[in-house]
Design a protein around this ligand. Structure first.
Ligand code: SF4
Length: 383
């Protein structure tokens, strides 16, 4: 499951096409006299781990690492007070969409990726699902795999989905579809209930432009869409409408979706509004429209394009208790680099906390003030 190459003074292992482990050649040569490559990859302390796709430093988070899985938007579990739990097993994307809200793929702003060991995320998911079932009798628990990136770069995705289905009532995933094939779709039948597939244009040239990659193949994604629609997995097509870029394409995408039979169980489309985020990408000349305009345009096309949580069986369900109040001063130890330069991640009271605007290093203890605690996602600034 791994490739090995020698690059300069390093030995490079690429595991399952995404986890890149680099070990100094001298260290490798010493260890290789007594240990197998698998043992060296697992136990060598002198290794550096990267995301092979994005080329960023990557943390592989296991239970033993002691990093909690609640508190951050880039990895772990997110509980927004409903019966749906967002599952984020990794960050990182194989595309480079010009409108990406999290500047994913090859990025100017993102400096770190995270990946969670499947056993660990499943164990934590089960605890959260149990909490929800205890407090909201009779609700269906949905595990929704999404994230800051493309979930199918996660090398244990099929295993994760199958095991999530043992715990949750519904398992759904968001994907750009590029890494799916016929075999994977048929393997996931019976386990995965819905795929939210992003398609932003059916025109080959424009689709490449929007995806930010010359090798993006819309014909492959279209054939994947048909394959899903013909399978037991429900298909929801989710284009991002970027005014001035793909205005005319949205209607074509809707017609395509209807033709292939998207949305047999849930709604067939989830048109998303392009939003200009501070750390996202902004395509030149894209028009920003208000939510009011956006919804009224959708209504003009088809009232069914306006979605509500009810359409997906999403109901309110007690959240995990918050561990910090806004304004609270907390002393914490910095454990990992943050997603963006100048950010670090600290741990306290079984939560991860994103510390912004800091030049402190890993291992340092800092005093911070909590500035965000919504949905148990914590952001703090140094005091
Ligand atoms: S597929 Fe999604 S996460 Fe990846 S670059 Fe495009 S918008 Fe961003």
């Amino acid at each position: 499951m791994f490739r090995k190459t020698f690059e300069g003074n390093e030995v490079v292992f690429v595991i399952r096409d995404v986890i890149e482990v680099r070990i100094p050649r001298k260290v490798y040569e010493k260890y290789s006299r007594r240990y197998s490559d698998e043992e060296i990859i697992t136990y060598c302390e002198h290794k550096n781990i990267y995301n092979h796709i994005t080329k960023r430093r990557m943390y592989y988070i296991t239970k033993e690492s002691g990093i909690p899985l609640i508190g951050h938007t880039a990895f772990g579990l997110i509980d927004r007070g409903t019966n749906l739990i967002q599952v984020r097993p990794c960050s990182g994307c194989n595309l480079n969409c010009i409108f990406c809200s999290v500047d994913e793929g090859i990025s100017k702003t993102r400096v770190t990726d995270y990946m969670i060991d499947p056993d660990y995320i499943l164990e934590e998911f089960e605890k959260l699902a149990e909490f929800k079932r205890r407090h909201c009798k009779g609700v269906k628990i949905e595990a929704h795999i999404d994230g800051q990136g493309e979930p199918f770069i996660y090398p244990y995705m099929v295993d994760l989905i199958k095991r999530l289905k043992d715990i949750a009532d519904i398992v759904s995933v968001q994907t750009n579809g590029t890494l799916l094939d016929e075999k994977k779709i048929s393997e996931l039948e019976g386990y995965l209930d819905r795929i939210n597939l992003s398609i932003n244009s059916l025109d080959g040239k424009k689709a490449k432009l929007l995806a930010g990659r010359a090798d993006y193949d819309i014909d492959h994604v279209k054939s994947i869409a048909k394959e899903i629609a013909d399978s037991e997995i429900d298909l929801l097509i989710a284009p991002v409408w970027v005014p001035k870029y793909n205005d005319g394409d949205i209607m074509e995408i809707l017609e395509f979706g209807k033709r292939i039979g998207a949305g047999r169980i849930w709604k067939p489309f989830g048109v998303q509004k392009y939003i200009k985020y501070r750390f996202g990408r902004h395509p030149k000349g894209a028009k920003i429209i208000s939510f009011r305009d956006f919804y009224s345009r959708l209504r003009e096309i088809d009232r069914n394009l306006i979605l509500s949580p009810r359409d997906f069986g999403i109901v309110k369900c007690r959240s995990l208790p918050k561990r910090f109040k806004i304004g609270e001063r907390v002393k914490l130890r910095l454990e990992m680099h943050g997603r963006i330069k100048g950010e670090m991640i600290g741990i306290a009271r079984d939560r991860v906390i994103q510390v912004t605007a800091t030049n402190k290093k890993i291992g340092e203890v800092v005093n911070v003030r909590i500035t965000r605690n919504q949905h148990n996602i914590y952001v703090a600034t140094p005091v």
